[in-house]
Design a protein around this ligand. Sequence first.
Ligand SMILES: [Zn+2]
Length: 523
Amino acid sequence: MKSGTAPRVMIIGLDGADWPLLRVLFADGAMPTLKSFVEGSTSAPMESVLPTNSMSAWTSLMTGVNPGKHSVFDFVRRTRTPFRTFVTNSSVIRFPTIWETLSSNGLSSCVIDMPPLYPPFRINGVMLGGIGAVTKARRAYSWPVEAAEEVERAVGEFLPDVPWVGKAGRQVELVTDLISLVENRQRVAEVLLDGRPVDLFCMVFVAPDRIQHVFYQDLTEQGPQYPLARRFYTALDEALARLLERVDLTTTDVLIVSDHGFRRFSTTFDVNQFLVEAGLMRWRWENPPVAKGLRLAKRVFKPLSGQIDKVLERPRLRPRRQLLPESVAYSDIADSVNVNLAGRETTGRVPQARFDEVRDMVAARLLEFRDPETGDPVIRRLIKREDYFGGQYAGEAPDLVLECHDGYAYNRFLGKLTFRWTYCQGVHSLHGIIAALGPHFRRNTEAPLVSILQVAPTVFSLLGVAPPEGTDGRVAEELLVGPTAPTSGPPTPPPERREEPGTYSEEEEELVRKRLQGLGYID
Ligand SMILES: [Zn+2]
């Protein structure tokens, strides 16, 4: 315990953690540190946001607003042209994050890789952005760069993530890699915790999400791969023990949170394939105009064909999926369906006056769909944009967000209506966790459902800072011992970001896309 430099508030993120899984691991003695933390704390299930993915969920946690206000809906962002997406990065977070609000109130923070924090913001303190970081060479993942130097001197390197897609048959290697990722994150956190006093310290272990995609059913049902996957959680528990011993829980408030939970699944449902087979969508591969010209040039200038082929390999010159104008609907970000609307989509032909009718028809057709093998319904519900999202950027949300029944998960462009997986066993669900222990929190108690939008306002109340105007969540009073100190200070103005979506260079965008494909997040 180093109370001299201990933060006043600490947030430890466990990406994808949920109570059904933790209860199994607690009963089995796999996570003694987390178990005793939770038992001493006030804990609750925590409701995430739609669409339920790490990007939209962590952004809601760090802002306290629904995605209609912060504008992050998925790992990729839509444009007016269907299927032409850009990788999400921090420059599109349109609402002040916790750390920016604290900075403008003169308080300091240290934050390690809460997605999507690349490029890092110039906050009062330290920020490392992991998942979207394109290069370590310039230490561009770190604000300030000296923090990266300090980390690299002590730990060797900062590991952002480990790909899990395509490791079927190599599960032992995957678990070993993910344990290394946890240990690296813990050591990075130790370096930054010990070095400087800050008001708020935040870090996320992203690895639980990766392991649960592969092993969730075996973990919760103690299936054949349980002993292997359990090893990961004992390592995670040791990492938590190392971090928690650095704070004094009588003076520091610690929140252990996840961005969403998990559920088991075995079958994916390809929404675009469904729309094609239902006669509601048509698409084709299309070469960008420059590529067409180059292909023509190749035939004319044969000696140059080798060089031209090289140019044609560039990401922006490769064939792309193009939606054809006769399409009624399509899907290009996770769990979404959009109407191909005239005046909005560049390919749009559905007149505005028919929007409601067409969207209802598409939703009804999707709800009718049955798994051809089992006859079971696949779609549980479809939520209309205006029924869920609110705020300045709600117009960027999908027209419909789709939720699958248990056992099923969303997919697109797999080319098969349904596909049974053997490698993957888990997919995101709406309910994650919160457990809070420290001087301001109730002890040994369970609270009812908390919203992920309440984390930021609760942290502000612990630190005596007013939340930004327009914050959706309210303080989670049900977790707290008593009313917190009155907040003060001016509301934080909307952030001015330095970059815009799509400002990765061509090569950088490709690199990040490849990484996200390895994490199963984009096609
Ligand atoms: Zn996540």
